[in-house]
Design a protein around this ligand. Structure first.
Ligand code: NOJ
Length: 560
């Protein structure tokens, strides 16, 4: 009887776990190497779960660890239901899931539905002949024409995002082109084919049966393509030679076609199937806004999927300039829109990931610390990319050591993928091998986890205190957000309120100190955290608050 009550309570507690969750993204190659081959692995993650628990993490997202020739470091999958030997075995992932769950940590795994590796058995067979089971599993097209030299001309002008060159590759065996929105070794799957959709759903069930709590779903915009494969229009703003040639066209037919919502919804339905109903399974989809109306774009995803089990990433922490006004406007508009649409919507903020330059490199230290305060006092899921919790900077990778396929188009992501800096030991304590797959940052002897956990002024301690505050406050986890008028252009202010509990976050986006006076309706209570570790705000008379350059601070509040 008691057991049953406990179980029911646990289930209830679990029900809306994404709301307020702190999610830590692990890029397995760079997290921790347990077998001295210079590459991080699954046992390495299991070994460090306590570190994550101590940080206050409730969920981990694992970037791909599946069988892969590693043309795009695992985002090119050759077997959706197996582990690449570089990372370990299926037993290792079982152990990791079990161990994480025993510590109360949930697991999201990466799902890459838009493309597989060209070494996947489906593609091996598909490329051989126009007949047979897999012939229509990828996007095959006849040439548009043959040029003067007799060479087949690609069916349209679509470009691959990595090189900015044609997204079509000729396959002599079929005398046809196949489409690859990313690397030539990442052929796009044909989502219009129901058998493909079933195959990906089977892979989802495989991982759900293993006990994972959900998925981060890769590159979902690319799943929806114009069925007529029309040429993309030119981008009138593009200046030849400036940035990648990929930007020379607008990708309105090659991605973002509304059919994608139907596909995502089918995937979301899997999460609701009978065997998975005991505890909520959830997916977060990756799509960067393409227009100047990101709120509408995000909302389309909430509407296109079931918000009970799915949410789109919110990438404003990557896209918005570090200024008060754009944030003020975005937060007010976005959270009002979500609240109006459905109380089930979960915001899903990521300020960094393995494709984006490091937060501290983009913003500088003081603002990057404020960004931590912002991230961890916003509603929904807060995604922390491994290394951000110690303020890691972009690594400098000598040209001869560059690994990323996207570097061909001039935008290497290696700098944000350097090994996590655990200690001052050789290779930052990441590996005992002589060299790591990417070189460790040169600053590892002064900036690493071992030193920062002992230093009360460090990034780590800031993240840890913020996580502690968030995990212990229902208002920060589940409360509504309302933007307030701080009376100062450069200062963003918002309340997070649940019942009688409320917190106020104030962020000074400017490089100078400011003094603000808040409206009398807000009764400022106890000071809780500042991004500036040495600052402790005293009780302020007449609602006056002084903020340091780039400082963010959190207070308890009451409303009159
Ligand atoms: C987005 C992933 O985050 C990125 O690393 C990858 O290269 C592309 N999708 C293609 O899968």
């Amino acid at each position: 009887m008691l057991m049953n009550i406990a179980k029911t309570l646990k289930f209830r507690r679990d029900k809306r776990w994404p709301q307020g969750a702190i999610v830590y993204q692990i890029y397995p190659r760079s997290f921790f190497d347990s077998n001295a081959d210079g590459i991080g692995d699954l046992p390495g993650i299991t070994a460090k779960l306590k570190y994550l628990k101590d940080l206050g993490v409730g969920v981990i997202w694992l970037s791909p660890f599946y069988t892969s020739p590693m043309a795009d470091f695992g985002y090119d999958i050759a077997d959706y239901c197996d582990v690449d030997p570089i990372f370990g075995t299926l037993q290792d992932i079982d152990k990791l899931i079990k161990s994480a769950h025993s510590k109360g940590i949930k697991i999201l795994v990466d799902l890459v539905p838009n493309h597989s590796s060209d070494e996947h058995e489906w593609f091996r067979q598909s490329r051989q002949t126009r007949e047979g089971k897999y012939s229509d599993w990828y996007i095959w097209k006849d040439p548009k024409a043959t040029d003067k030299s007799g060479k087949p001309v690609p069916p349209n002008n679509w470009l691959d995002i990595f090189t900015g060159e044609t997204a079509w590759e000729w396959e002599p065996a079929r005398q046809q082109f196949y489409l690859h929105s990313f690397d030539v070794k990442q052929p796009d799957l044909n989502w219009a084919n129901p058998e493909v959709r079933e195959a990906i759903k089977t892979a989802m069930r495989f991982w759900l049966d293993k006990g994972v709590d959900g998925f981060r779903v890769d590159a979902v915009r690319f799943m929806g393509k114009d069925p007529d494969f029309k040429d993309n229009p030119k981008n009138p703003l593009y200046k030849p030679g400036e940035g990648s040639n990929y930007n020379s066209i607008k990708h309105i037919y090659s991605q973002g076609w509304p059919s994608l919502y139907g596909y995502l919804n089918e995937m979301a339905d899997v999460l609701k199937e009978k065997p998975y109903q005991k505890s909520l399974r959830f997916m977060v989809t990756e799509s960067y806004p393409e227009t100047s109306e990101p709120v509408n774009e995000y909302l389309e995803f909430y509407k296109g999927m079931d918000p009970k089990v799915a949410a789109p990433f919110n990438f404003e922490g990557l896209g918005l300039p570090w200024q008060a006004e754009p944030w003020r406007q975005f937060l007010a508009k976005f959270h009002t829109a979500l609240d109006d649409y459905s109380p089930l919507c979960v915001a899903s903020y990521a300020f960094g990931n393995h494709d984006q330059h490091r937060l501290a490199t983009r913003l500088g230290d003081p603002a990057a610390r404020s960004a931590a305060v912002l991230l961890l006092t916003l509603p929904g899921m807060a995604f922390i990319y491994n290394g951000e919790e110690i303020g890691m900077k972009n690594g400098k990778i000598p040209p001869s050591l560059i690994k990323d396929p996207a570097a061909k188009g001039g935008a290497s992501r290696d700098p944000e993928r350097t090994p996590l800096q655990w200690s001052s030991a050789k290779n930052a304590g990441f590996t005992t091998a002589d060299t790591s797959w990417l070189p460790v940052n040169s600053d590892y002897q002064t900036d690493n986890i071992q030193l920062q956990t002992k230093d009360r002024y460090s990034y780590y301690r800031l993240y840890q205190s913020l996580a502690k505050l968030r995990n212990s406050s229902k208002a920060l986890r589940k409360g509504q957000l309302s933007v307030i008028n701080t009376g100062h252009q450069s200062v963003l202010g918002y309340l997070r309120t649940q019942g009688r509990q409320s917190h106020l976050t104030l962020i000074n986006f400017s490089e100078v100190s400011v003094e603000i006076k808040l409206p009398d309706s807000i009764k400022i209570g106890r000071f809780q955290i500042s991004s500036d570790a040495e600052t402790k705000h005293k009780k302020t008379p007449n609602n006056h608050i002084q903020l340091l350059p780039y400082e963010a601070a959190v207070f308890k509040t009451k409303h009159k």
